[in-house]
Design a binder for this molecule. Structure first.
Ligand code: MEV
Length: 305
């Protein structure tokens, strides 16, 4: 009986969340926290799903129906990260399961083909999204991403020189709802929002340059500018702001929310010798420190039996 285990990483948005949905570029990194999925053939007349990490099993259902699979499989997920942090657990599940099933069917998809398939599933289930989370889960590392025309460009900053501190706000954000609310605001004041989105887009291009040069001070400054725009878009909140301020006051080069906002996590860019100070400050502001390293590898087959 065939059994395959595939793992896919979670992600952190370094720059450009939300604006990326409106066609602007973003920079995303895969994190060392991975989600694993085990797909086993079983002699059963149904599909057995044991997926506590995939809070929303609609993604799994959509993939099974895409592959017209109705019986004889057990699907189990295990994750090194909680779905609440905003690391993109739905995207990681989608990527890992598409990869596992395509292998099971004997179709070895290229990364590009896997991206198209996973993006289709996410768009179908969520009705929105840029695909940036999926790109991070598939390709890994750090990526300069744009939706249309599709651009997935690997970046290679020297992450060994620097640390990222991740602080979870304690509030689980509803990404789809936040994107929808923003769209409503956007449609009411399209010019104002277009201006902010464009400004974020040019900031992301500048941040890309600074990252390539490992110019951390400038990278931090762009993170702070990005946060101001996210605040203008209305996706920040008091808890996130408190954690961000605490990080900056204790010596971070820059800090911002990462992902949809409204909750989830913040990231702070810090010199190695400031890491503990910044962690303590974020914790004091009520954040939960989530030990994580960025720039890890994309989706991979762990085992085939
Ligand atoms: C969520 O991780 C990032 C958003 O920009 C949504 C998306 O790009 O699909 C808020």
């Amino acid at each position: 009986m065939y059994k395959i285990t595939v793992s896919a990483p979670g992600k952190l948005l370094l720059f450009g969340e939300h604006a990326v949905v409106y066609g602007q570029p973003a920079i995303v990194s895969a994190v060392d926290k991975r989600l694993s999925i085990i797909v086993e053939e079983v002699t059963d007349s149904q599909i057995i799903i044991n997926a506590p990490e995939a809070f929303d099993t609609r993604f799994i259902d959509a993939i099974l129906s895409q592959y017209s699979i109705t019986k004889g499989l057990r699907i189990t997920t295990a994750s090194a990260f909680s779905g609440k942090y905003g690391f993109g657990s739905s995207s990681a599940v989608t990527v890992a399961l598409c990869k596992a099933l395509s292998e099971l069917m004997g179709k070895q998809l290229s990364d590009q083909e896997l991206f198209q398939q996973a993006f289709k599933i996410i768009s179908q289930v969520q009705g929105t999204g840029s695909g940036v989370d999926i790109a991070a889960s598939i390709f890994g590392g750090t990526i300069f991403y744009q939706k249309n025309p599709l651009m997935i460009e690997p970046l290679a900053p020297d992450w060994n020189q620097i640390a990222f501190v991740v602080g979870y706000s304690g509030i689980k954000a509803n990404t789809v709802e936040i994107i929808r609310e923003l769209k409503q605001k956007h449609d009411k004041e399209p010019e104002k929002f277009a201006k902010i989105m464009n400004a974020i887009g040019s900031l992301v291009n500048q941040a890309k340059e600074s990252l390539t040069e490992n110019d951390w001070e400038r990278v931090g400054k762009y993170m702070n500018f990005n946060q101001e725009y996210l605040r203008d878009l209305g996706v920040s909140n008091q808890k996130l702001e408190d954690m961000i301020l605490a990080a900056k006051k204790s010596g971070a080069f820059g800090a911002k929310l990462s992902g949809a906002g409204g909750g989830d996590s913040i990231i702070a860019l810090v010199a190695m010798d400031k890491k503990t100070d910044v962690e303590n400050a974020i914790a004091q502001a009520g954040g939960e420190i989530v030990e994580s390293y960025i720039g890890s590898e994309g989706v991979k087959i762990e085992e085939i039996i």
